[in-house]
Write a protein that binds this ligand. Structure first.
Ligand code: PEP
Ligand code: MG
Length: 596
């Protein structure tokens, strides 16, 4: 028997040109020869053990577990030593893999099958993996599907150790090759030398998975979830990957090659030209300066933010530091990660948002306790969870306060609806500061500013009340759109109705900016809208002077704002606010952007 996530022995390669589509998770174009990886196959011999052999088989299982753990530690050290932007992300995942092999359901389940059902060890492991991943996959949830693939990866590693089959070395991929695999795990990526492959394409994988995150941080064009890739191409055949459009062309013809070479050159030229803007001031044509900050999730992304000219971190989504872990990181661990970010930013401000777990963002370590609730987007999330689980909030605030000694920091609270939440958070904040001082941590006399996300209509409409307790605001247009229009932002079925230009959303943003200005409280936008150059003039016209976005959007937005003058932008924003139809608003913005 052979265990593989999906049977790939079926379709044989065809020899004609073929176009596949998948998820374009990392932009750019690569042209090269396929290197097909089929390491997912593990031969699983099955037999029933004699009772006398059971203990020896359990010992063999534990020996294989120990070797797997050691192997993972080696990979971790190796990746830590690499000067790669992705090594930190990889470290988290390898830690999680190691954790899975330490008294986990996987190992316990295999041991039980050996003891109670007399299965040989490799069969027992393969059986327990199928059991666990089957349960995960029965639930239609992208995050759980990603965890199922992690478990499978660990299980296959364990089985290879039991059977003596070693990993098919990724490092045999020839330079410049396009890697084709059922699935690529971050551990696989660790075996690649930087610059070794040009791109990768997989049959399995989602836009939020680790492979996607790493492809982006390594700047490798990548298409995931390209159904038909396995069995569709043979090693050594030519292929083209368009990571921007999510397109893969197998055995391209001469016309394809010409067209895509041109596209690749154009793409590189655009990126190169944008990079020249990195150090020029982000100011309008009439000299009004804007702060362009970056949204990041992990320390590994700081380099990309700085490379794209970020003058600060406007949103650190701290929940991502919790999400891949099976345990809750303690104060010291959180401190180390935050300290790393603050230090790397070298004196530029860092806005750290406290945990916004909940809704579509699940944290493995809190899942059992929280459940998903009947309507997670309206459930126990953001500040509600932090105030319910005071210990989490206290630990996090302590780590932030300690990191604030290393550079300017601001503390941002998500999902706020009332001033009472901010009052309670501030009480905890002050108490944590007092405790740290008593313990001899020299935290700053003036505590870092405490601010609220404006991402729920209630907060936008009562921002004057929040102004009494907040030292800054950040508008989260993603959730503000979701909650204003009652459109679930993660539901594909209503994605076409998700409309941030709806006048209701724009009025809330406008109102929030105006009232914050009246109270002299800094306000920024850090939702996805901030990174869309089509909206830059509107935000400037509203009076915003701080936008925070994904690092890749910083330079396109800077390019846009340098062509805008404040007066014209303000006049135009005024006319936009008189409209009641979002289609008309979109048209007005397009016309305005075409002219400037
Ligand atoms: C938002 O809601 O706009 C936001 C920035 O936060 P997140 O996307 O993390 O919910
Ligand atoms: Mg939000």
């Amino acid at each position: 028997m052979t265990v593989t996530p999906q049977d790939t022995s079926g379709p044989q390669p065809v020899s004609s040109r073929r176009v596949l589509t998948g998820l374009g998770v990392s932009g750019g174009i690569a042209i090269g020869r396929a290197f097909v990886v089929d390491r997912q196959f593990v031969h699983v011999p099955r037999h029933r053990l004699e009772n006398d052999d059971i203990n020896a088989e359990i010992a063999a299982l534990h020996q294989a577990v120990a070797s797997s753990i050691e192997h993972l530690h080696r990979l971790k050290n190796q990746s830590g030593a690499r000067d790669s932007a992705a090594s930190e992300e990889l470290g988290f995942l390898l830690d999680a893999y190691i954790h899975m092999l330490t008294q986990s359901r996987l190992v316990r389940g295999a041991e039980e099958r050996i003891r109670d059902q007399n299965m040989n060890a490799v069969w027992a492991v393969s059986d327990v993996i199928e059991d666990i991943t089957g349960q995960f996959e029965a639930i239609d949830d992208r995050y759980l599907a990603a965890r199922a693939s992690d478990i499978r990866d660990v299980g296959l590693r364990l089985m290879r150790n039991l059977t003596g089959e070693t990993d098919r070395a990724f490092d045999t991929a020839p330079r410049g090759a396009i890697l084709v695999a059922e699935e690529v795990s971050p551990a696989d990526m660790a075996r690649l030398e930087p610059g070794q492959i040009a791109s990768f394409v997989t049959a399995i994988g989602g836009a939020e998975g680790h492979a996607a995150i790493m492809a982006r941080s390594l700047g490798l064009p990548a298409v995931l979830g390209a159904t038909g890739i396995i069995g569709g191409v043979s090693g050594g055949e030519m292929m083209i990957v368009d990571g921007t459009r999510g397109e893969v062309i197998l055995r391209p013809d001469a016309a394809d090659l010409d067209r895509y070479r041109q596209r690749r050159d154009d793409w590189l030229a655009v990126r190169q030209k944008l990079l020249r803007l990195r150090d020029v001031p982000s100011e309008t044509s009439d000299g009004v300066t804007l702060d362009l900050h970056a949204n990041i999730e992990l320390p590994v992304e700081v380099a990309g933010a700085l490379a794209n000219g970020a003058t600060g971190i406007g949103l650190l989504r701290s929940e991502f530091m919790f999400m891949n872990k099976r345990y809750l990181p303690g104060e010291d661990e959180q401190y180390r990660e935050l300290a790393d970010i603050v230090t790397q930013m070298g004196g530029k401000p860092v806005t750290i948002r406290t945990l916004d777990i909940g809704g579509e963002k699940l944290a493995l370590s809190l899942q059992e306790e929280m459940g998903t609730g009947p309507n997670p987007a309206l459930g126990l999330r953001g500040v509600r969870l932090s105030l319910r689980r005071r210990d989490l909030l206290e630990t996090q605030l302590a780590a932030i306060l300690r990191a604030s000694l290393l550079g300017p920091v601001r503390v941002l609270i998500p999902m706020v609806v009332s001033i009472h939440e901010m009052i309670r958070v501030r009480q905890v904040y002050n108490a944590v500061a007092k405790r740290l001082r008593q313990d001899g941590h020299g935290i700053p006399d003036m505590l870092p500013p405490l601010g609220a996300m404006i991402e729920i209509p209630a907060a936008a409409l009562t921002i004057d009340a929040l102004a009494r307790e907040c030292e800054f605001f950040a508008i989260g247009t993603n959730d503000l759109t979701q909650y204003t229009l009652a459109i679930d932002r993660s539901d594909d079925q209503v994605a076409d109705l998700y409309d941030p230009l709806h006048p209701a959303v724009l009025r809330l943003i406008h109102e929030a900016v105006t009232v914050a200005g009246r109270h002299d409280i800094p306000i920024s936008v850090c939702g996805e809208m901030a990174g869309d150059p089509r909206y830059t003039s509107l935000f400037i016209g509203f009076g915003l002077r701080n936008l925070s976005m994904s690092p890749v959007n910083l330079l396109p937005v800077k390019q846009r704002l340098r062509k805008i003058d404040l007066r014209t932008a303000a006049d135009h924003a005024g006319r936009v606010m008189e409209q009641w139809d979002s289609a008309r608003i979109a048209m007005m913005l397009d016309d305005f952007n075409d002219l400037a």
